[in-house]
Design a protein around this ligand. Structure first.
Ligand code: SF4
Length: 284
């Protein structure tokens, strides 16, 4: 078991022991890590970087996780909202290439919460994935990866969640694969369609942001090169769904056999390899 991590700065900063901190995104892997560490690292602090733009299912999941952990999950809601920062950035909506949302709504609040003392930051990357991402470059923060160090893969994470009674995040019931803001630009087209069908009011809000961006002299689409207004048209929705079905069938056909990692009690677990493109702090 590799949960006894030593912090290299502890000695140099006097006798100050490191704090142990886990950031929750509302995703399944960080939730499973919280449960995994609950008894192994009793002093651990749980935090959730609330952008105030999360899905209602995420808030519900965090609330249920809190009950299971028996410990408060600190919400680091930033003082300045997404809309404030949008004004500061002169109406320039965030995207993969200008990800100010992560910086201002997740990383800055995290670093403010952490302070300058030594901190061990637990990250829920699994042993069966190869993702990287900016977490924090502050020298007092040491990122550690218990699932990778202990060899835990997706099936282990599913088991931890099932056994705890928490289960998967409820947004996965309607086919959304990632946590994070309802308008996150990392969503696949099929996820936008599912957002439209499950939470039309959130889809409308996302569309309103897109249309307002024009007032700032910029044409911006959350979903690559396609305006949400177009994506929401019935024919387009049908095409995206059909394309997705075809892609899934191709993937399945290419797979020689389902391994144990991909099945759990006969239930196929949807491939989440596309999450590689996301943002660790938002979607792990
Ligand atoms: S979830 Fe997406 S939109 Fe929200 S802060 Fe993270 S990267 Fe930005």
């Amino acid at each position: 078991m590799t949960t006894n991590y030593a912090h290299p700065l502890s000695g140099t900063l006097g006798a100050e022991p490191p704090r142990h901190i886990l950031s929750l995104s509302g995703g399944k892997d960080s939730a499973a890590l919280a449960i995994y560490l609950r008894d192994r690292v009793p002093e651990i602090e749980y935090i959730f970087h609330d952008t105030d733009k999360e899905l209602p299912e995420t808030y519900d999941y965090i609330g249920r996780l809190e009950a299971i952990l028996g410990k408060p999950i600190v919400r680091t809601t930033p003082v300045d909202s997404f809309d404030h920062w949008l004004t500061v950035y002169r109406g320039m909506l965030p995207s993969n290439h200008r990800r100010w949302c992560t910086k201002m709504l997740k990383l800055k609040p995290f670093e403010a919460y952490v302070g300058d003392g030594p901190v061990i930051n637990y990250v829920g990357l699994r042993a069966d994935e190869n993702r990287t991402g900016y977490i924090s470059t502050k020298p007092n923060i040491l990122a550690v990866y218990p699932f990778q160090d202990d060899g835990l893969v997706r099936a282990d994470i599913m088991r931890i969640l099932e056994e705890s009674g928490l289960g998967l995040p409820p947004y996965m019931d309607w086919g959304r694969s990632r946590s994070g803001c309802y308008f996150c630009f990392y969503q696949q087209k099929i996820e936008w369609v599912r957002l439209l069908e499950t939470h039309p009011s959130y889809f409308e809000l996302a569309q309103a942001y897109e249309e307002k961006a024009v007032q700032f002299g910029e044409q911006f689409f959350w979903c690559q090169n396609e305006p949400l207004r177009e994506l929401a048209k019935p024919q387009r929705v049908a095409k995206i769904k059909a394309d997705w079905e075809k892609a899934q069938a191709r993937k399945k056909a290419n797979r020689k056999a389902l391994s144990l990692v991909e099945t759990l009690g006969g239930l196929e677990v949807e491939d989440d390899s596309h999450l590689r493109d996301g943002c660790l702090v938002c979607s792990i």
